[in-house]
Design a protein around this ligand. Structure first.
Ligand SMILES: [Zn+2]
Length: 150
């Protein structure tokens, strides 16, 4: 049965884990036109939509990668009213924030968009900052390279 509450009410539900999408798969979490313009022929690709029980690549982060991710998260896109919690933490906090310089960056309710190679825009949940810092998630090299070019 459909949820009878208006969407604005449903968005205030208990925080939920982020949806899982394979790295570099086509972006479908929200309308892709919220990532790339409809008429520029670009493709939005998923990065860092991690799920519980999924084996994620891990490894040491490139020097300077996390600060750049956090800077991108400070200027995030597609802010939603809902909030995701971490699917990888054993006892995930309801709200995850990280400090970046003098700024406190809230994670879990918006996205990072990073221009990649020609015709590519990567879309990652801001939670990717936590995944890298706390769970040693290692995104695909082409995404790391794109972030380092920002
Ligand atoms: Zn976590």
């Amino acid at each position: 049965m459909a949820d009878p509450r208006p969407s604005s009410a449903r968005e205030h539900q208990t925080p939920c884990v982020v949806s899982w999408y394979a790295d570099l798969s086509p972006y479908t979490y929200l309308d892709s036109r919220r990532v790339v313009a409809d008429d520029d022929g670009a493709t939005a690709l998923n990065i860092g939509w991690l799920g519980a029980g999924i084996r994620n690549p891990t490894g040491p982060a490139h020097d300077g990668f996390l600060p750049r991710l956090l800077e991108l998260a400070r200027h995030s896109h597609n802010q939603t009213r809902g909030r995701h919690i971490c699917a990888l933490c054993d006892d995930p906090p309801a709200i995850i924030t990280m400090t970046h310089g003098l700024h406190r960056v809230g994670l879990g309710s918006s996205e990072i968009h990073v221009p990649g190679g020609e015709g590519i825009v990567y879309a990652a949940p801001t939670m990717i900052c936590h995944y890298v810092a706390a769970h040693e998630y290692l995104p695909p090299q082409e995404f790391v390279d794109a972030v380092m070019r920002t």
